[in-house]
Write a protein that binds this ligand. Structure first.
Ligand code: SF4
Length: 218
């Protein structure tokens, strides 16, 4: 079957000129195709929306000040301090409960008020939440659902100002982010195969992980 022609987007761009403006914009570029009024409206948000401005400026300050010097763990603390976020929520996976504990200790040592909620909170059996029995890992024992909506609610009750994802499963993290009242950042992106380093599959996509492109494996 003939492949559908890929729609032009930034992944097809050979210049990345929007980054430094030292090259040329390609044909079909998303920047040159913008409505100038929409661009200005967005820029105005960075300038004048208090939360957006605080987050944007703090993120830029972390990047500009500590570029290549701090680990992500430390960067989160630096960002939260600059943005004035003291109550830090942690949405953690049961598989990373120990790492979440260590992170909590670290945040406390930095003067923050961490509050952590595990994904299994509520202890609801998967089949009670509409998950087919055959999709359980072990079908004959109790398996609690991952409950990212409840995680988000319990963190909101604590009035957390920034929520940090520690290894939620793909999709559960989507529900958490969609339901979180506070802005969300990631500490750990779960990858059970690559020790939580998902980009490893892409780094080696031309060699050891060529199988990523095996069309028979969809
Ligand atoms: S916005 Fe334009 S210049 Fe920037 S990456 Fe996309 S296509 Fe390339």
């Amino acid at each position: 079957m003939a492949k559908q022609k890929r729609k032009f987007s930034c992944s097809e761009c050979g210049t990345l000129n929007c980054s430094k403006l030292t090259a040329t914009f390609p044909e079909g570029c998303l920047t040159t195709g913008l409505d100038p009024e929409e661009l200005e409206e967005v820029v105005e948000l960075y300038r004048s929306n208090p939360l957006v401005n605080k987050i944007s400026c703090s993120a830029a300050e972390v990047e500009g000040t500590y570029y290549g010097k701090l680990t992500r763990v430390e960067e989160i603390a630096a960002f939260a301090r600059l943005a004035g976020f003291k109550r830090i929520g942690i949405a953690s996976c049961v598989g990373l409960a120990n790492e979440a504990r260590t992170f909590v200790r670290f945040l406390e040592s930095q003067g923050f008020e961490p509050f952590s909620v595990l994904c299994k909170v509520g202890g609801v059996e998967k089949t009670e939440a509409g998950i087919p029995r055959e999709h359980k890992i072990k079908q004959d024992t109790h398996e609690s659902i991952c409950n990212p909506i409840l995680q988000a609610r319990l963190l909101a009750r604590q009035k957390t100002e920034l929520n940090v994802v520690v290894g939620l499963c793909v999709g559960h993290d989507s529900l958490f982010i969609a339901n979180s009242k506070a802005p969300v950042t990631y500490l750990v992106v779960k990858d059970r195969v690559l020790a939580h380093n998902p980009v490893g599959a892409l780094y080696t996509g031309g060699s050891y992980y060529k199988k990523l492109f095996d069309e028979n494996k969809r």
